[in-house]
Design a binder for this molecule. Structure first.
Ligand code: ATP
Ligand code: MG
Length: 488
């Protein structure tokens, strides 16, 4: 599996990139070093040849003017002979000059005859006729030659041929040559260094890359093994943060956040099941008790009626619970409403107030509605009706006899607002934080019937309409719910 790991892939990528870079670098380096060495050699040969022409010229001049130092007679008609003697003398004299030690010199007269040459000519072939003609035309020539020696090693020579011109006439031709051994040795050494260093560098990078990748990815392995031990039951298990504030740290942090959210979701799911079972069990147990009582002996007509009425109440509670759950599920399933219709908010709220009027009268609670003209919103009429019914139902339910509930329709910064204020039992801040949770009911209100689903439905409707809800309450003083909905 190692070859599938990021570590392996990263290392191979490192090595490949380095090998490619090194190859290009080596090729360019080799090319430029070679070129520069050859150029230097050419410059050297040219300057040597020019030096020789200059030196012979000086000798010649000295001989013409001064005493017969080099044994050449001044005889203009036999100039070439004299010149040959001078050239030979000069070459003999300079053959031990360390500056010319590595340089082979041959001097030709215009007929192509070698008139003087250093000792170490080592079989440098004489100039081809074609080249000689070019030189006689006044041009200089460079060439590279590999003469075959009885040794196995091939030595190349760089040769420069140049004419010595006087009075527009080629007097003689100078050929200088130098073996390219030192350049070859330098380039061979460079090549060897590259050949040895290349794999060593690539290998070292591979090893370092693996180590680096291992070090970098170690926290990921820890994360993987921790995740393996996480199940739905132990979601509280948190990943240890490396604390490096890098991507891996952020990954672990994000994962912990996700775990917390999942844990919350799982816990609420579990609680939902527990609450649902409890809320179903209570009316069913009452029903069962009533049926058992009925079946024990024959009862009178009135007794049957009483028990059946009470049973019907319990059945209605179960139906109410099922209805609320179904509604919640359907709102959640269609979180974003497809069918939105324009709704007159005044009419809608008026309708719901009428629906709960009887309930309020039964509890002797006064209902008053303050409307605001021209409030049109877009949404699902059924859902919005349910929203206000649930809020009004609560306001009436949790307000004592003789209380007052005021509904005010208004406008706040581009939103329609509906406030429902009661002067009922109210609630504390802590309790207010939970009232929108499913099945949540405040203990003190348990005397009132309900399953704690009314406000969960309210919240879902608000969310699906991109609205907002706010609760403002104080125990024994009353509660105000403010619903905000986007206005058209
Ligand atoms: N106007 C209010 N005044 C005081 N307490 C309230 C008010 N509205 C809601 N509550 C508290 O919030 C809890 C949750 O309300 P919710 O409407 O979700 O459930 P319920 O009314 O108990 O039952 P259901 O609405 O399912 O019949 C209630 O049990 C009650 O304690
Ligand atoms: Mg309610």
């Amino acid at each position: 599996m190692f070859y599938k790991s990021i570590r392996f892939k990263m290392t191979i990528a490192y090595m490949a990139i380095l090998a490619l870079t090194l190859s290009i670098f080596s090729a360019v380096l080799f090319h430029y070093v070679g070129r520069s060495l050859h150029e230097n050699m050419d410059t050297l040969l040219r300057s040597k040849a020019e030096g020789i022409v200059h030196a012979i010229g000086t000798y010649w001049e000295a001989e013409r003017l001064g005493p017969n130092r080099y044994g050449a007679r001044i005889d203009e008609s036999q100039g070439s002979i004299n010149f040959a003697t001078i050239a030979q003398r000069w070459v003999q004299e300079k053959s031990k000059d360390p500056k010319l030690l590595d340089i082979i010199v041959q001097i030709y007269d215009p007929n192509g005859t070698v008139v003087a040459s250093s000792k170490n000519t080592q079989g440098i072939a004489s100039i081809s006729e074609e080249s000689f003609m070019t030189v006689l035309d006044g041009k200089s020539l460079f060439s590279t030659l590999s003469p075959s020696f009885p040794t196995t090693k091939v030595i190349k020579f760089r040769i420069f041929v140049t004419p010595a011109i006087q009075n527009n006439q080629v007097e003689y031709v100078v050929q200088v040559a130098s073996p390219l051994t030192s350049i070859q040795t330098t380039l061979d050494t460079l090549r060897l260094a590259i050949v040895i260093l290349f794999p060593v560098t690539v290998l070292l990078t591979g090893i370092m890359g693996t180590l680096l990748a291992t070090m970098t990815l170690r926290p990921v392995n820890t994360i993987i093994s921790t995740i393996h031990t996480i199940t739905a039951e132990n979601m509280k298990l948190k990943l240890k943060l490396p604390g490096t504030r890098d991507e891996i740290d952020r990954l672990a942090d994000t994962f912990n956040d996700m775990l917390a959210r999942l844990d919350y979701a799982f816990t609420s799911q579990r609680r939902l099941f527990e609450d649902l079972s409890h809320d179903l069990k209570t009316p069913l147990t009452i029903l069962k008790g009533e049926f058992e009582v009925v079946l024990k002996k024959m009862r009178s007509q009135e007794e049957y009626e009483t028990i059946l009425k009470s049973s019907l109440e319990e059945v209605n509670k179960i139906i109410h619970l099922a209805d609320n759950l179904l509604m919640l599920a359907s709102i959640e399933a269609r979180k974003i409403i497809q069918e939105r219709r324009e709704i007159d908010l005044n009419l809608l709220v008026q309708g719901t107030v009428n629906r709960v009027k009887k309930l309020a009268e039964a509890k002797n609670v006064e209902l008053s509605l303050v409307q605001n003209a021209g409030m049109t919103i877009k949404g699902d009429e059924q859902q919005l009706k349910q929203l206000f019914v649930n809020l009004l139902d609560n306001a009436i339910k949790y307000t004592g006899s003789g209380g007052r509930v005021t509904i005010t329709i208004g406008r706040t910064s581009g939103s329609a607002s509906v406030t429902i204020t009661d002067n009922g039992i109210g609630m504390s801040k802590d309790q207010a934080d939970h009232i929108f949770d499913r099945f949540y009911r405040i203990d003190k209100s348990r005397t009132e019937q309900g399953f704690g689903l009314g406000l969960s439905i309210v919240k879902s409707v608000i969310d699906s309409h991109s609205g907002a809800i706010k609760v403002d309450s104080a125990p024994s003083r009353g509660t105000t719910f403010t619903v905000l909905l986007p206005i058209l």
